[in-house]
Design a protein around this ligand. Structure first.
Ligand code: AMP
Ligand code: MG
Length: 491
């Protein structure tokens, strides 16, 4: 068995640049030990890319670190301070149940945050217990890994351990800790925190840190903070377009859940849409539909406006000029998002070149899908493989006419039908983590300690563009139900 202190055997190569920021941004803190940790899932390929040895991670000593019972030598765990607009209400927050173990410097020189989620109370816990329950941690594991496989920027999941302790939610639940990996955990909310009550020097340090960490090229421009705003807007426009293209609904797009890096983070009550409907909401607490599928681009713009506001003191000494600069950038978000979305939709329909009518073609398809309650993923898949037979939508005259238009459009481009089909295959996933299959996997894991259902699901989700036989069983939408599916924040 390896020596606990010899973390090099696992491959930990940690730094903590965040701890060198002004003290207001964090609280140094050790995780609270847990009674009886047990590793229930480990991401071997991710471990490898981080330079970590899976066997050593699986050993008792490796596990002690994943459980927060031991801290590798040299690590300086900390809870990050941040703020956020939660459903439009501004609140001071912070890592209430997460700790940054440090930044792993990978063999290929990347710097990635390693964070425990569920590691105990912190100064930002407010009324919470600082803990997490097994179901939601496995859910985050499944969804984040599925997002990654779909080619969507996202934080990753390295491992889930059960703690041998119970957490009290609506019922007693097994406790768990998720170790997650992210480009960073800088949030729009981190900047909101810095801009309220911190000296402007602290805000500048934070902005410099973000530039250095995420946008090191080109930061010598005339106005580096304007550059930061522009780059974050660009990354978010690309990210949200990718969400929309696969039907992903985040569920809680509060400003504290939007990362400066452009990765998807904080998977709470998120889910993928089955039937196409822009009003789709899964989160039980989103009564107004603020974070509905069709609203996500608007909300992203709103959140970015909060980011821009936070940066105002850095954009220009003259407040009016700063506001003008910020507004000009924010107003570009919608257009940027739209161009990414349109490009992605063209690819989903096998279109290589651009024609003005394309948008109409796409919109008409979507409104038919909405009208006939067609499954979003399966409709595009049927178009890809020309299996447009079974559903109500495909039996309509409207669809026949649309299909003719689409076929004509395809024939107006140089590329062959085979190339179009290939493009569609690469852009229309065979499989998404459908809620009912995710729930089934969680139920088996949490109630029966049977992790095989989840492992099979993860395997099928690992290459969504493969279109292989093992994926077929996961492609069926749920039986129509009188009660809409709800996801809960009760994590
Ligand atoms: P989330 O909805 O997961 O983005 O969390 C919003 C805020 O609540 C963050 O500051 C979390 O750290 C905090 N929080 C969520 N659950 C807990 C918990 N069980 N104990 C302490 N803080 C929590
Ligand atoms: Mg959060």
């Amino acid at each position: 068995m390896s020596n606990i202190k010899d973390f090099k055997e696992v491959g930990w190569n940690l730094d903590n640049s965040y701890a060198r920021l002004p003290k207001t941004f964090f609280s140094l803190l050790q995780p609270t030990p847990v009674r009886s940790p047990n590793l229930v899932i480990l991401n071997h390929s991710l471990a490898k890319s981080l330079g970590l040895n899976s066997d050593a991670l699986e050993s008792e000593d490796g596990l002690a670190i994943l459980a927060g019972n031991e801290v590798p030598e040299g690590a300086e765990p900390l809870a990050q301070a941040y703020a956020g607009h939660q459903f439009e209400n501004f609140t001071m927050l912070g890592d209430g149940r997460a700790l940054l173990l440090g930044e792993q410097i990978t063999p290929d020189g990347k710097r990635l945050d390693i964070q425990w989620k569920g590691s105990g109370r912190t100064p930002y816990s407010r009324g919470g217990d600082g803990r997490a329950s097994l179901g939601p941690m496995l859910r985050e594991y499944i969804i984040s890994e599925a997002m990654h496989a779909l080619g969507i920027p996202t934080n990753r999941s390295l491992a889930v351990v059960t703690t041998g302790e119970h957490v009290i939610r609506e019922t007693n639940q097994p406790g768990a800790i998720l170790t997650r990996v992210a480009d960073s955990h800088l949030r729009v909310g981190t900047f909101q925190y810095a801009s309220r009550g911190c000296p402007v020097e602290d805000l500048r340090d934070l902005a410099d840190y973000a530039l250095d960490r995420h946008f090191p090229d080109g930061m010598n421009g005339e106005n580096r903070y304007l550059f930061l705003l522009q780059e974050v807007i660009k990354r978010q426009a690309e990210l949200i377009a990718k969400w929309q293209l696969v039907g992903f609904i985040h569920g809680v797009m509060n400003t504290d859940n939007m990362a400066i890096s452009g990765q998807s983070i904080d998977f709470g009550p998120c889910a993928f849409m089955n039937t196409y409907d822009p009003a789709t909401v899964f989160s039980s607490i989103d009564v107004q539909g603020r974070y509905a599928y069709g609203n996500q681009p608007y909300i992203a713009g709103w959140n970015l406006a909060r980011f821009a506001e936070s940066l105002l003191p850095l954009l220009d000494e003259d407040k009016d000029k700063a506001v003008k600069l910020a507004q000009d950038e924010i107003s570009r978000f919608t257009e940027l998002f739209h161009s990414h979305w349109l490009k992605g939709m063209r690819a989903k329909l096998g279109l290589f070149n651009e024609e003005v009518e394309d948008e109409g073609l796409i919109e008409d398809l979507l409104s038919m899908m909405q009208k006939y309650r067609a499954d979003y993923t399966n409709t595009f898949k049927a178009l890809t493989f020309d299996t447009v037979k079974k559903t109500e939508l495909f039996g309509t005259e409207e669809f026949t006419q649309w299909n003719e238009r689409w076929q004509e459009r395809l024939s107006r481009q140089e590329q062959s039908n085979d190339s179009s089909q290939d493009l569609m295959r690469r852009n229309n996933p065979a499989i998404i983590p459908r809620n009912h299959r995710v729930e089934e996997a969680l139920e088996a894991a949490v109630s029966r300690e049977d992790y095989s259902v989840m492992e099979r699901l993860l395997d099928a989700l690992s290459n969504p563009f493969e279109h292989s036989d093992k994926q077929t069983e996961y492609t069926e939408p749920p039986e129509p139900s009188s009660r809409p599916y709800r996801t809960f924040c009760g994590t």
